[in-house]
Ligand binder design. Structure first.
Ligand code: KG4
Ligand code: ZN
Length: 341
């Protein structure tokens, strides 16, 4: 069985062809980062228009790279939500139109289920059950996963997502959008011990997160630091280090709690922030201490991509979950409302 996957929920157009016997045959990604950089964040209308421009050439390229014709495609999966409504509409319209034209089923995929299942694309894929830490630009959540669609949200962010906190703090440090990866790079030059950021919501029980206070703490720290001095770059790097350390520490504390609460020994980390080197290293150490295992997607499938949508779509297609031409996009779509398959 072969499926075309389409991701357009935010500022990346991701296309992939996935075959359930041969694995991933191709994947294409176009990032709109440069388009939005001048505005310091994603401009939804510009995002939608750029998806319109890029989606068809990318589909043609992914099909050619996979050496696949439309007659070999058994279904078209697209991100149905959550995400920016205009951006979602592009992928959903093109996906359903292609499915109609090719006379194959269309499948609407939940973006966060895509992230959650992305590690399944790897050679050493996790077995169920596991605890998943999903950390992206729009969401931060801990999920107890018993199987595909069997999701219990154990905790989530009550304000900013982890990636959002990275991006906002990066902006305060004068870095371009999206600042997460740039802040992480700056932090590599940082020295530990100069600043101490709080570890929000770790002093009380529960698995929810709150990251907006860290951004405020960063703003105050930057205001009080002397950034006109000769060593301003080092000071910024030290602040970046302390911020990153606080986010990673907080995520570690919450993961440890979630594993204890569920009695599970397997941890999956996915979403854009799972590309963070410090987070990956420290989670590896944590799971070695706990004699458990940690799984993450390879870097290309941490941030938004078409491959994860094709993979999740394949699972839903096999379970007979198809959508008609009148289906709607779902800008808001709670993960725990998905059906078990
Ligand atoms: O999953 P994703 O591509 O999009 C959403 O679904 O939101 O995640 C994007 C987020 C951005 O906030 C970006 O700054 C963050 O992931 N990110 C990182 C790193 N790479 C991407 N944050 C910290 N360190 C990184 N290396
Ligand atoms: Zn995402």
């Amino acid at each position: 069985m072969r499926i075309l996957g389409i991701e357009t929920s935010c500022d990346e157009t991701g296309i992939a062809v996935y075959d359930d016997e041969q694995g991933l045959l191709s994947h294409e990604l176009y990032s709109q980062v440069k388009l939005h950089a001048d505005y310091g964040g994603v401009v939804p209308e510009l995002a939608s228009r750029d998806h319109v421009r890029k989606i068809i050439p990318l589909i043609e390229k992914a099909m050619a790279d996979a050496n696949t014709t439309s007659s070999e495609i058994d279904g078209v999966a697209f991100t149905q939500g959550p995400g920016l409504v205009g951006a979602l509409l592009v992928g959903s319209s093109v996906g359903r139109a292609l499915a109609y034209a090719w006379d194959v089923p269309a499948v609407g995929v939940h973006h966060m289920e895509g992230h959650l299942l992305a590690p399944m694309l790897e050679e050493s894929a996790p077995e169920f059950p596991f605890v998943a830490l999903l950390v992206s630009g729009g969401h931060s959540m801990l999920v107890k996963v018993e199987g595909i669609g069997q999701y219990e949200v154990l905790g989530e962010s009550i304000d900013d997502a982890a990636g959002e906190a990275f991006d906002k703090t990066a902006k305060l440090l004068g870095l371009d959008y999206p600042g997460g990866p740039l802040l992480a790079k700056l932090a590599e030059k940082g020295e530990p011990g100069h600043y101490k950021f709080p570890r929000p919501m770790t002093d009380r029980p529960g698995l929810d997160f709150s990251f907006s206070g860290l951004k405020t703490f960063a703003a105050n720290t930057i205001r009080d630091a002397d950034l006109s001095a000769d060593n301003a770059e080092q000071t910024k790097a030290n602040i970046a280090y302390a911020f990153q350390e606080a986010v990673v520490d907080t995520l570690i504390i919450k993961c440890k709690r979630a594993l204890k609460q569920t009695g599970m020994k397997r941890l999956v980390i996915a979403g854009g922030v799972s590309a963070n080197t410090m987070l990956r290293e420290q989670m590896k150490n944590l799971m070695a201490d706990l004699k458990g295992e940690v799984f993450y997607p390879s870097l290309a499938y941490c941030t938004d991509n078409g491959a994860m949508i094709a993979y999740a779509g394949m699972q839903r297609l096999k379970a007979g979950e198809i959508v008609g031409l009148s289906s709607q996009v779902k800008p808001r779509w709670p993960l725990d409302t998905l059906s078990a398959i």
